[in-house]
Design a protein around this ligand. Structure first.
Ligand code: NAP
Length: 334
């Protein structure tokens, strides 16, 4: 049996190019006692993957040159050797990487139920982005009814759920996204109160217009100039959640930091970074609650799925050129 896998060949400077990865076919080795073989179905494409390719200190080790490109995934157990807690035919999620098959001893894998939700959903609202949004807005930002919440990357995997949860909690929610179509979507389909198109307008003027009394929570997925603009409008005791800074991930030189940070001092506000993995012991509770909201029609699932590992690079780049709607997922053609 052949495994098609994507190896990191070169650390990119700026956006990954043709030479960043190498796709190879390799014969799968025999399983040793206790191992399972997983046939991958869906691979999660996340902005964080760009950071893992850098040789720098972070919350997780960099991907080594020659290693399979790290990624979350969901797949089916198709072979087993000896004892393992997973059974043939079961579906699991974990760090399968960008490859058609992976071999595991079962550690750090979780069982998922395809009869309860589509498999891809375990990479989206019931997966890492979903957990980020849930714990970010509820436990980091501690939103309460009446708060004015501004969220960037609002049509994306994390931002779209942040806004929907904040609405459930009785907040006024304004989302920042790129382009008319995404702005219309977050208002009309996701139920945000308002939207700001950062690609076709002045973000500072728009925040002033749409949040005339300022903001209580800014949930930052993008960093850079949008973070700086949001800082101007903080209210007293506002909370800024640093979830990500996608506008900076492909910078060829240094990261652009905020200059309006003294707004934190004046407004007795706070700025706090979060890493979703810290909440792993509580994922189950979040999955239950989000599943309930989906069943009640309070949360809309929005996934953008493309097929084929061979097309990985062009699909991955959609994260940075905005050419996708919702959670970006790669379907593995087997
Ligand atoms: P995503 O929003 O689904 O995809 C990224 C979106 O970012 C793009 O669709 C694009 O939408 C927007 N974008 C790209 N370049 C931009 C730029 N220069 N300026 C403004 N917006 C830009 O990704 P996601 O999974 O929800 O992740 C959102 C953020 O959360 C990322 O920064 C990610 O690294 C972070 N994150 C953090 C954690 C954590 O534990 N801290 C966990 C998960 C994700 P537009 O078309 O609207 O520009």
């Amino acid at each position: 049996m052949i495994n098609r896998k994507l190896l990191l060949k070169k650390r990119p400077i700026g956006l990954p190019d043709e030479d960043t990865w190498e796709l190879i076919d390799e014969k799968l080795p025999d399983l040793v006692e206790g191992e399972i073989l997983i046939e991958q179905q869906y691979i999660s494409l996340d902005p964080a993957m760009r950071g893992w390719m850098n040789d720098s200190r972070s919350y997780i080790k960099p991907i080594e040159i020659g290693d399979v490109m790290r990624a979350g995934s969901v797949g089916k157990v198709i072979k087993k050797s000896g004892k393992n807690k997973f059974n043939l035919g079961e579906y699991v999620t974990g760090w399968g990487g960008v490859q058609t098959h992976c071999i595991s001893n079962g550690e750090n894998l979780y069982r998922v139920d395809p009869t309860k939700s589509n498999l891809s959903t375990y990479l989206g609202v019931l997966g890492m982005p979903g957990m980020t949004a849930y714990f970010g807005i509820l436990e980091e930002a501690k939103v309460k009814a009446g708060d004015v919440v501004l969220v960037s990357g609002a049509a994306g995997a994390v931002g779209s759920l942040v806004g929907q949860i904040a609405k459930i909690k009785g907040c006024k929610v304004v989302g920042i996204a790129g382009g008319e179509k995404k702005c219309k979507f977050i208002k009309d389909d996701l139920g945000f109160d308002d939207s700001i198109d950062y690609k076709n307008g002045n973000v500072i003027k728009e925040i002033k217009n749409k949040c005339p009394n300022g903001i209580d929570v800014y949930f930052d997925n993008v960093g850079g100039e949008i973070l700086d603009a949001a800082l101007i409008f903080l209210r007293r005791n506002a909370r800024v959640i640093l979830c990500g800074a996608i506008s900076q991930y492909n910078n060829r030189d240094s990261i652009k930091g905020p200059k309006n940070y003294l707004s934190l001092l004046v407004n007795r506000a706070s700025i706090k970074g979060m890493v979703v993995f810290d909440y792993a012991p509580k994922y189950e509770k979040a999955i239950d609650e989000i599943s309930g909201w989906i069943e009640d029609g309070k949360i809309l699932i929005n996934e953008d799925i493309y097929e084929g590992i061979d097309n990985f690079r062009s699909i991955f780049l959609k994260l940075f050129n905005g050419n996708k709607m919702g959670k970006l997922i790669l379907k593995v053609k087997t």
